[in-house]
Design a binder for this molecule. Structure first.
Ligand code: MN
Length: 198
C-alpha cells in the first residue's frame, strides 16, 4: 500500500517563499488525501475483481489514476524543493537542458509559462522522455491529463490553487518566480540519472 512520505524539512523551512501554514496543509491534508484515495481505490478494485462486479470499473480506473498520480507528483515536488535550493543546474542535466531547449533561460521561460497558464488545476513538469531520449516540458491537467506516457517527472511545479493561494492570492506568477529560488538541482539530477538507466 501507499504511504505518505515525511517532508525532508520542517514545514516552515521554505519561508518566506512558501509559508509553513501552506506546507502543513498541503502535505498533511492534500497529499495525505491522495495517498488515502489511492489505497482506497486499490481495495475497491480488489473487491470488484473478487465479486466479479466490474460495472464500475471505468470510474475506479479514473479515480486510481487521479490519486496515484497526485501521490507521485507531490512526492517528487517535496524533494525538488530545498531551503538551500536555487541557482542553476550543472553537469549532465545542464547539458541536456541546453541541447533540448536551446538554453537554460529558454527552458525556464517554457516551464514558467506551462505552470502559469494551466487552466484550472494542474502542473508544469520537466520530464525525461525515454523513447526519444530527451527532456520535455509538459503541462499536466489535474494530476494525470495531457501526459506523454512513459515520461518520468524530474521537476514538478504545483499549479493548483491550494499550493499558493493562501499566501499569493491570485498572483500566481509571483509564486512561480519564488519556486525557482527553492529548486534542489541535485535532486532533479539524481532523478534524471535514475530515469536514464531505467
Ligand atoms: Mn498540491
Amino acid at each position: 500500500m501507499y504511504t505518505l512520505p515525511d517532508l525532508p524539512y520542517d514545514y516552515a523551512a521554505l519561508e518566506p517563499a512558501m509559508s509553513g501554514h501552506i506546507m502543513e496543509l498541503h502535505h498533511d491534508k492534500h497529499h495525505a488525501a491522495y495517498v488515502k484515495g489511492a489505497n482506497d481505490t486499490v481495495e475497491q478494485l480488489a473487491r470488484a475483481r473478487e465479486d466479479g462486479q466490474l460495472g464500475g470499473l471505468m470510474g475506479l480506473e479514473k479515480t486510481l489514476a487521479f490519486h496515484l498520480s497526485g501521490h507521485v507528483l507531490h512526492t517528487v515536488f517535496w524533494t525538488n524543493l530545498s531551503p538551500d535550493g536555487g541557482d542553476k543546474p550543472v553537469g549532465e542535466l545542464a547539458e541536456l537542458i541546453d541541447r533540448d531547449f536551446g538554453s537554460f533561460d529558454a527552458f525556464k521561460s517554457q516551464l514558467t509559462a506551462a505552470t502559469a497558464t494551466t487552466q484550472g488545476s494542474g502542473w508544469g513538469v520537466l520530464a525525461w522522455e525515454p523513447l526519444g531520449q530527451r527532456l520535455i516540458v509538459s503541462q499536466v491537467y489535474d494530476h494525470q491529463g495531457n501526459v506523454g506516457i512513459g515520461s518520468a517527472p524530474l521537476l514538478v511545479f504545483d499549479s493548483w490553487e491550494h499550493a499558493y493561494y493562501l499566501q499569493y492570492k491570485n498572483v500566481k506568477p509571483d509564486y512561480i518566480a519564488k519556486l525557482w529560488d527553492l529548486i534542489n538541482w541535485d535532486d532533479v539530477s539524481a532523478r534524471l540519472s535514475a530515469a536514464r538507466v531505467a
